[in-house]
Design a protein around this ligand. Structure first.
Ligand SMILES: C[S@@+](CC[C@H](N)C(=O)[O-])C[C@H]1O[C@@H](n2cnc3c(N)ncnc32)[C@H](O)[C@@H]1O
Length: 246
């Protein structure tokens, strides 16, 4: 799983960019931490630029897509972090935890190398309810690696923690699973599909069948009839959460 992004990461940096509103919440949560380690850093989204940051990432493809001038990166996994105890003021994990082979081992490593942690994750009890998964691609919820632990359990593993809801704006700049909740036509784009691991990992026949039904419902107007309540909303809760340890 740790190397999965060597395949599904193709095109990631074109579609997956930090959303400034989510980035602001993350920076606030990092508080006055001066030395930050970004674990499962990917191409570097949500890495703060106003402090000392190091990154760790298992996929060489993702590492190669990091922008010039981004934080120095080491190849490795969360379960075995190549840093001394208490090397960092804070650890940041953004949309990576659900891919880890052994999240308990990763949590123990975060606690060992950093004084506190900020985890951007999702609550599996809420995350599979929005229309894309519920009505078109329910198989996403059955994928191995699609269920991170629930945020309360993550908080428990980290010690004294707070869980904060991260609402997703209708024009989210990032391209994760529910980013396009009010722009449904975006999911018809193969490049958008390819940069969302839950969609990219589905068997092609399953993916095509769900996306074809969505295309039909958009063309017939059925989608708009069924989601009148959504088209005037500016943000919704799709289950994304920040777990902030203190
Ligand atoms: C959805 S991407 C998120 C990347 C970046 N943090 C972001 O917010 O855009 C998930 C990342 O987790 C990495 N990953 C997978 N398994 C991992 C593990 N065991 N330890 C650390 N990172 C892992 C993947 O290679 C991938 O880059």
């Amino acid at each position: 799983m740790a190397e999965a992004y060597d395949e599904i990461g193709v095109g990631y940096s074109n579609q997956r960019k930090a959303d400034p509103r989510i980035a602001r919440l993350i920076v606030e949560a990092l508080g006055d931490a001066e030395r930050v380690i970004n674990v499962g850093a990917g191409t570097g989204s949500y890495e703060p630029t106003d402090r000392v940051v190091f990154a760790i990432e298992p996929s060489s493809l993702m590492i190669d897509m990091r922008a010039q001038g981004s934080a120095p990166v080491v190849r490795g996994t969360a379960e075995r972090l190549p840093f001394r105890d208490r090397s960092f003021d804070a650890a940041l994990v953004s949309l990576s935890l659900h891919h880890w082979m052994d999240w308990n081992a990763g949590m123990a490593e975060l606690r060992r190398i950093a004084r506190r942690a900020v985890i951007f994750t999702f609550d599996p009890a809420v995350h599979f309810e929005p229309w894309l998964v519920r009505d078109y691609l329910p198989e996403i919820a059955d994928l191995r690696g699609s269920h991170p632990p629930d945020p309360e359990a993550i908080g428990h593993a980290l010690g004294h923690s707070t869980v904060v809801t991260v609402p997703i704006p209708y024009d989210c700049h990032d391209g994760f699973l529910h980013a396009y909740w009010r722009r449904p036509w975006a999911y018809l784009d193969p490049a958008v599909q390819a940069s969302i691991s839950g969609i990219a990992q589905l068997p092609a026949t399953v993916r095509e069948s769900g996306i074809t039904r969505l295309a039909e419902d958009l063309h017939s107007g059925k989608w708009y009839e069924q989601h009148r309540d959504l088209v005037t909303r500016t943000q919704i809760d799709c289950g994304y959460r920040l777990v902030i340890s203190h």
